[in-house]
Write a protein that binds this ligand. Structure first.
Ligand code: NDP
Length: 485
């Protein structure tokens, strides 16, 4: 019997599903049970060629349409996604293992927000008029051309939309490669865009591992690469893109600080730490995994945190009561368990969790370590799982220096009732996406992205438009041309 999550075929090119079983089979595993639910096939060179040539050919006509027309397509797609939110959320849960309680409110909904937001902006993408006496310069905001999107496995619907929506709004076409771990959701995004009226070939999806991504990134027809992934992959993809002088957006990993001063509201700070470490079972790039707590409130904070973490409901992700799901794969579970062992070995104090949950699937208990020091592995490396490190601090100056002592710079958060201090501390932190008395909100209206090794460029907001378009400037002379001879 076919599984409800099984796609019609592995790839979506030129407005339709396309199959080529000559590609490497990619088993799709449901993380909550470990069962294989379906198989997709990695793109063969012929499939990659089909996707790129189709997207290249479709782009020019798409860019000729008015912004209003392009925006209408994106906004229709947003409406369809919202109408089908339940089914898309179930699919997201099969793809990632994340609980339905989350996917119902954070995935297709976030994707729809991006489609709606950039659909709304599409008609207002204009240049400017620069008067120069009698002469003038005008600028045009033009599409880059053919864009490649490459996604990580934690938010497959959202990542496809966060890249696809601004790209298409600006008149580009896209070939999107999801992570091999979560190949299902982006296909639905492609299907919905066609249903909403996008011309065939404007948004295509091909499956595959890094080598398919590599083939896309190095193709001379590609003008821009937008990657969501780890820092090591980001370095490789950035270098390959530089070789062809392509534009890039790099949304990479982090080891972000969340600083809690002793005047903070403890329950709000605990809530922020939970949202910044345990949502999507900790598989979120912007997570505040180094939780610096001022010494005066440390034990009170830890006690409340342990109590509330104990309320997490691990279980069947399709049950809406479940609030905490499995790791996306067995491999990711083992990586995270390895970090937990390192934390224990290096002398951190285990407050709660710390082991694989006694149930089917790849569940790890939400884990909190206290007395973590800056040099410990769990305080330095991105874990990408439900492991929170709590570190103590005395002074503002000290905590800012320690928070910045990392190669990463994606996010940062501060909890305090002293607003002068909140803004001063945020001003001194090296991070792209920051929070005051909150953590991990990602509205489409706000720019999102990192500094230092965490990335280049910004997604969402009007900033994303700058990264999916370029400016042509045109000098217009009204009088005669003067020349030396
Ligand atoms: P990876 O870096 O392993 O992979 C990211 C994507 O790149 C995958 O689709 C992968 O394919 C592809 N890829 C791998 N090698 C190459 C290559 N040489 N050329 C082109 N493409 C390649 O990341 P994960 O999927 O493991 O995701 C987790 C990481 O993503 C974490 O570090 C996390 O912090 C980061 N992330 C960042 C976010 C942000 O917005 N800043 C958001 C979410 C996650 P395949 O997987 O099929 O091998």
């Amino acid at each position: 019997m076919t599984h409800p999550a099984q796609p019609k075929a592995s790839h979506f090119i030129n407005g339709e599903y396309v199959e080529d079983t000559a590609g490497t089979p990619i088993p799709v595993i449901y993380a909550a049970t470990g069962e294989q639910i379906t198989t997709v096939y990695a793109a063969t060179p012929a499939i990659v060629e089909q996707a790129l040539s189709t997207a290249k050919a479709a782009q020019k006509e798409w860019a000729k349409m008015t912004g209003t027309e392009r925006g209408r397509v994106l906004r229709r797609a947003a409406d369809i996604m919202r109408e089908r939110n339940h089914d898309l959320s179930v699919l997201e849960t099969y793809d990632t293992g994340k609980p339905l309680q989350e996917t119902l409110v954070a995935d297709a909904t976030s994707g729809a927000d991006a489609l709606e937001y950039f659909g709304g902006l599409a008609a207002s993408l204009t240049g400017e008029h620069i008067p120069l006496g009698e002469d003038w310069v005008y600028t045009k905001r033009e599409a880059l051309g053919l864009c490649v999107g490459i996604g990580a496995w934690n938010y497959p619907t959202q990542i496809a939309c966060w890249k696809g929506a601004p790209a298409l709004a600006c008149g580009n076409s896209m070939v999107f490669k999801p992570s091999e771990t979560t190949p299902l959701c982006a296909l639905k995004v492609a299907e919905i865009l066609i249903e909403a009226g996008a011309p065939a070939g404007v948004f295509n999806v091909v499956q595959g591992m890094g080598e398919v991504g590599g083939a896309l990134v190095t193709d001379p027809r590609v003008d821009k690469v937008s990657l969501t992934g780890s820092v090591p992959t980001g370095k490789k993809v950035y270098a390959a893109a530089a070789e062809g002088m392509k534009h890039v957006t790099m949304e990479l990993g982090g080891k972000s600080p969340l600083i809690i001063f002793d005047d903070a509201d403890i329950d709000n700070a605990v809530g922020g730490a939970i949202n910044g470490n345990f949502y999507s079972s900790g598989q979120v790039c912007s997570n505040g995994t180094r939780v610096f707590v001022q010494k005066g409130i440390k034990e009170k904070f830890l006690a409340r945190l342990a109590e509330r973490t104990g309320n997490a409901i691990l279980g069947d992700p399709m049950d809406e009561a479940t609030s905490f799901g499995p790791m996306v794969t067995e491999n990711q579970m083992n990586i995270v368990l390895g970090y937990i062992e390192k934390g224990k070995e290096e002398g951190a104090r285990l407050i709660c969790g710390g082991r694989r949950a006694d149930m089917d699937g790849y569940f790890i208990e939400p884990t909190v370590f206290a007395d973590v020091t800056d040099d410990m592995t769990i305080a330095r490396e991105e874990i990408f799982g439900p492991v929170m490190s709590v570190l103590d601090f005395d002074t503002e100056e000290e905590v800012v220096a320690r928070a910045n002592d990392t190669e990463f710079g994606l996010s940062a958060g501060v909890f305090t009732k002293d607003f002068t201090r909140a803004h001063r501390v945020i001003g001194n932190l090296e991070a792209g996406s920051c929070f005051i008395n909150s953590y991990n909100d990602a509205p489409v209206e706000a720019p999102f992205g990192g500094v230092k090794a965490s990335g280049v460029g910004r997604e969402n907001s009007k900033e994303a438009i700058k990264h999916f378009s370029q400016v042509k400037s045109v000098y217009v002379r009204m009088g005669d041309v003067e020349a030396a001879f």
